[in-house]
Write a protein that binds this ligand. Sequence first.
Ligand SMILES: Nc1nc2c(ncn2[C@@H]2O[C@H](COP(=O)(O)OP(=O)(O)OP(=O)(O)O)[C@@H](O)[C@H]2O)c(=O)[nH]1
Ligand SMILES: [Mg+2]
Length: 267
Amino acid sequence: MLKPESSQVFPLANQSYISSGSITALKALVEVALIAVMGPTGSGKTTFINSVSGSNLRVGHDLHSCTSTIQVAPPFQLDGHSVTLIDTPGFDDADKSETEILTEIAACLATTYKSGTKLAGVIYMHRISDVRMGGISTRNFKMFMQLCSDTTLKNVVVVTNMWGLVEPKVGEDREEQLASNEGFFKLALDKGAQMLRHDDGTVSAHAILRYLIGKQPRALQIQRKLVDEGKDISQTAAAGVELNREFAEQANRHQDELAKLREDMTG
Ligand SMILES: Nc1nc2c(ncn2[C@@H]2O[C@H](COP(=O)(O)OP(=O)(O)OP(=O)(O)O)[C@@H](O)[C@H]2O)c(=O)[nH]1
Ligand SMILES: [Mg+2]
């Protein structure tokens, strides 16, 4: 009677039977979830990332912006997913212009998309302790919205944090205003974005991440424009808003200088 070769009967027991292709396939069984965290400077993006990923990225405790370049936290496991969080600088960074920040974020998003990884979602942090949704906050959110598109808003969570700094009733009233005012988050929520609370602990942070990792990963508008359509950053809607403003500011500065020159010449 023929004895079967042990390696044929138990092929996987033999190391040489596990090809590099199989290893890649096995690795793919662990779902990869890439999530970007955005929001104004000081809104708690890095603190949130450190609390769930166990990383030790630098957190700012003074008035100056802290995270000035994009940083990627080491991956961690959650519900069978390997979660990687991308920390971003706020568009209102103290040291860089909105155009510079936009270019950096866009380049990072384009690189990950080119490598075949779509975003499971995007978190937009907002401090519920903010007394006003002022010009800077509104502008930050507008820039953020330009990066997404209506179809990807389903993969967006507006996270309110710093609840411990406000009376619960005050926070709830603000949350209601933020959700119902078209100048704030209402339009995004109407199109599928979700608003969730984060209370400093990992329980709420995990709930937020679980909501996103269960979603079908999608490409953001800026990724499709830059990679699929081969456009330059200056040809995207996000850059359009920003560059128009910078040009307008430049024109105003030149007008002022011209007026001063005329005054000097006639006076
Ligand atoms: N009470 C409270 N404080 C927080 C929370 N999250 C962050 N902070 C504090 O807020 C400050 C700013 O936090 P960061 O995590 O550096 O904020 P950031 O959004 O990364 O800021 P930039 O890197 O400048 O864009 C720090 O002093 C944190 O300790 C929170 O959920 N509750
Ligand atoms: Mg930071």
